[in-house]
Write a protein that binds this ligand. Structure first.
Ligand code: KIV
Length: 290
């Protein structure tokens, strides 16, 4: 990889994605929703940070992404912006923020850019979003599209399943991808799509594909940080490879601290503060009216 390595700290801008694809360089994208994780992810050298509406599942406990509000994404984007200096910062447009007219969608996307510090927005949908993508791009807002499994459609889809498994569905996905590229999207998330379909889209498009559960051929891989580090609950989808057990580390730290408190081992003298030498504790006590 030429210039996107952590030891080459150039800021990542949208055009870097196209340049990387042309050179066959894989990029990486992770989610972050707050300042400390943004710092860690950015300093580790991740190329793109997504303030994803997966925060609905991961940090708010809503069970899905539907209730996530623009205010929640905006607040998280501001925090992530303060922690990230190199990665391209993409903010998700939550459900309802781009569904009631293009003017409103543009206003909401502008808020994420202007007040949140986002450098691009992501939204879900295929051919039904083509006009909106064109409009956003016209207003200088870079758009990452998202097709395949679109979690904001969970009620319509009836669950989280692999998309594009029949010939007709796969063709439709490939067409959608092409239409979104033509509309001006700079990248497309392919979520839960058969690897062969993702490979065709990646080969056919000039813009980058961002795969999650879509095989190895995508230009960029994205994961939810909390899944990668084992800081989530419940069964994980098969595409998640867990590299750490942060929940276990936290539980262990809390358990040891509780044991120390209960056994009188915490805090030690060095972990507390004493009176200055000129103040006598005995005299102080004697001077009190009890
Ligand atoms: O919200 C999110 O984190 C996402 C990624 C999983 C692509 O949409």
């Amino acid at each position: 990889m030429a210039y996107l390595k952590p030891d080459k700290p150039e800021k990542v801008y949208v055009p870097a994605l196209r340049a990387a694809k042309e050179k066959n360089e894989k990029l990486v994208c992770l989610t972050a929703y707050d300042y400390p994780t943004a710092r860690i992810v950015d300093e580790a050298g991740v190329d793109i940070i997504l303030v994803g509406d997966s925060m609905g599942n991961v940090i708010h406990g809503y069970g899905n992404t539907i209730p996530v509000s623009l205010e929640e994404i905006l607040s998280a984007t501001k925090a992530v912006k303060r922690g990230a200096s190199r990665a391209l910062l993409v903010a998700d447009m939550p459900y309802g923020s781009y569904h009631t007219g293009d003017n409103k969608a543009v206003r909401n996307a502008l808020k994420l850019m202007k007040y949140g510090g986002a450098e691009a927005v992501k939204l879900e949908g295929g051919r039904n979003r083509v006009d909106l993508v064109k409009r956003l791009v016209d207003e200088e807002i870079p758009v990452m599209a998202h097709i395949g499994l679109t979690p904001q459609s969970v009620h319509k889809l009836g669950g989280y399943r692999v998309q594009g498994k029949t010939t007709d569905d796969a063709k439709r996905l490939i067409e959608d991808a092409q239409m979104l590229e033509d509309a001006g999207a700079f990248a497309i998330v392919l979520e839960l799509v058969p690897r062969e379909v993702a490979a065709i889209i990646t080969e056919e498009l000039k813009i980058s594909t961002v795969g999650i559960g879509a095989g190895t051929n995508c230009d960029i891989q994205v994961l939810v940080l909390h899944d990668l580090i084992g800081f989530t609950f419940g069964r994980q989808p098969r595409f998640v490879r867990q590299y750490a057990n942060v929940s276990g580390v936290i539980t262990d730290a809390i358990t040891r601290w509780m044991d120390d408190v209960r056994s009188g081992n915490y805090p030690a003298e060095a972990e507390s503060y004493g009176l200055p030498e000129d103040v006598d504790a005995e005299k102080l006590k004697a001077s009190m009216p009890f």
